[in-house]
Design a protein around this ligand. Structure first.
Ligand SMILES: Nc1ncnc2c1ncn2[C@@H]1O[C@H](COP(=O)(O)OP(=O)(O)OP(=O)(O)O)[C@@H](O)[C@H]1O
Ligand SMILES: [Mg+2]
Length: 495
């Protein structure tokens, strides 16, 4: 049989051995001498199962969320069977099989181990166990059930025994755990090797992507002290659209109409917000209003945007290789874009000196360019653009930089994740000009939270227009024949 070692399966009690001591790397997989088997038996008392500490040790009040309803006994049995499996199969041969055949092989051997060891379990438990073990050997192990769920936005692994998820804007601890830090590192390595990268002590920081497009960051020991920290922003297959944002109450229907006009009338836009506040999602929604015949170029660190237009060029930055060479920065991409005859440039996230090139693009005929950045208010967002340019080494007086900002950015949209976990667009703000050294802005829409909270702690608020009847982009809306729509939306919002 492929992938199976030539030696017979272990005797039942061998499974109680301390697994860490017994597990062999794939490269040393050799047929076991028959006589060696009894010697491996561990005394029962010295056989703590290789099980991670419960996820909620440390005296936390919050109960972990059950994923897949696995009990402690289940984890113990799984460890026992997994160790016996690892002793039985030849991983290097297994890796040469296609995944279906390999899974079939693993299932056969696991079923055999279960019957030899006389493990008592129900059919459904046995099925879960087979699935989990296949995931461990061939897939992303304990992460698989989390990756399969579309309602999870983020998966955050802090070492082998603490796995958090974000669902509905709330972060929750789960009962998912890895056997040990070595298994976690193995899975991190498996993830990043798919995109040709490596993560180890020598290069402990790594960005990667799962085959489904999910964004991954790994930071490994010794930098991360309690085992590898793995963060996954799950890729949503069905991206949220503006109608979804309206249904969730993230924006009012009138506010959404104004955003549509901003997108369609080629108004230069910055989307500002905190981490995970929904910036990229909103940017994606805004790109939905771009005309089909426009040539759009997107620049991202990890491609997340999904534009529906036919004439789109998608670009992605590249980190340096192990020798520190070959890096392509966001600035390189944005600069190169300008030679590609773009009509609009979309920058996934502006975080450095590329801010300067984006502003230049915005005021040199690439109207309707957009980008996101991390900031807590529209005003702070503009300040960040200024500091990114200053820190980029451009020797310009701050007055000039501010004039450049004002001449380029028309609107800042603020996204926020509120304390009740909901995501809202809290400001649609216009950039009007400078007065002396100060940039003047004007809010068109704000999210008013003064009504307080409901009995479940949900924030009661509403989007309201600030009563501005003629925004500064009125003439542009008229140029594109959208001024009547704009007036209707603003009037309705003012009521
Ligand atoms: N208005 C919304 N309502 C509900 N969920 C949302 C909303 N906007 C975004 N999300 C979800 O929140 C998660 C984070 O969104 P997104 O990636 O857009 O955030 P971000 O601000 O770009 O994060 P980062 O700072 O990490 O780049 C995603 O799973 C997304 O589907
Ligand atoms: Mg983002």
């Amino acid at each position: 049989m492929f992938g199976r070692r030539t030696a017979p399966l272990d005797a039942p009690e061998t499974a109680a051995k301390p697994a860490a001591a017994q597990r062999k790397p794939a490269s040393v997989a050799k047929p076991k001498p028959a006589a060696a088997a009894p010697a491996k038996k561990a005394p029962p008392s010295a056989a703590p199962p290789r099980i991670a500490a419960p996820a909620n040790d440390g005296g936390e009040k919050a109960q972990p969320v059950e994923i897949g309803g696995r009990s402690d006994e289940y984890f113990q049995t799984k460890t026992t069977i997994f160790n016996a499996l690892i002793d039985t199969i030849d991983l290097s041969q297994l890796s040469q099989l296609d995944s279906d055949t390999a899974a079939e092989e693993i299932r056969d051997i696991v079923n055999e181990i279960i019957s030899i060891k006389n493990v008592q379990m129900s059919i459904s438990e046995q099925e879960s166990l087979l699935q989990d073990i296949c995931n461990d050997v061939l897939g992303y192990g304990p992460l698989e059930p989390l990756l399969a769920r579309d309602d999870i936005a983020d998966i955050m692994v802090n070492g082998s025994s603490r796995v958090f998820i974000e669902v509905g804007g709330k972060i929750q601890l789960t009962n998912v755990r890895f056997r040990d830090n070595a298994q976690l590192m193995n899975i991190c390595q498996r993830i990043v090797s798919q995109v040709g990268r490596r993560v180890d002590e020598a290069s402990p920081i790594c960005d990667a992507r799962l085959p489904d497009g999910s964004r991954v960051n790994v930071i490994a020991p010794p930098l991360s002290i309690d085992g590898a920290a793995l963060t996954i922003r799950k890729f949503k297959k069905d991206k949220l659209r503006m109608t979804d944002l309206v249904n969730f109450g993230s924006i009012s229907p009138e506010g959404a109409k104004v955003l549509e006009i901003i997108g369609a009338c080629r108004i230069n836009t910055l989307i500002s917000g905190g981490t995970g506040s929904g910036k990229t999602t909103l940017l994606n929604c805004m790109t939905g209003f771009i005309e089909l015949d426009e040539r759009v170029i997107t620049c991202e660190d990890a491609a997340e945007l999904q534009l529906q237009q036919p004439h789109v060029v998608r670009l992605e930055t590249r980190p340096p290789n192990l020798e520190g060479q070959g890096e392509v920065t966001m600035r390189d991409l944005v600069k190169n874009c300008l030679r590609m005859r773009p009509e609009r440039i979309i920058v996934g996230e502006v975080r450095g000196p590329e801010a300067f090139d984006l502003l230049q693009a915005m005021n040199t005929g690439h109207d309707g360019s957009m980008g996101t950045l991390h900031a807590n208010s529209p005003r702070e967002g503009l300040q960040r653009v200024e500091s990114m340019i200053t820190m980029g080494g451009y020797n310009l007086p701050s007055k000039t930089i501010r004039e450049m900002i004002v001449g380029s950015i028309d609107v800042v949209i603020q996204a926020a994740r509120l304390r009740d976990g909901s995501r809202r667009i809290t400001h649609i703000t216009e950039v009007l000009g400078t007065e002396g050294d100060t940039i003047i802005t004007q809010d068109l829409f704000v999210y008013d939270m003064e009504a307080g909270e409901d009995e479940n702690g949900g924030i009661i608020g509403r989007h309201k227009s600030t009563g501005i009847a003629r925004p500064a982009f009125w003439d542009r809306a008229r140029y594109y024949g959208r001024e009547a729509d704009l007036a209707t939306a603003l009037d309705a919002a003012a009521e």
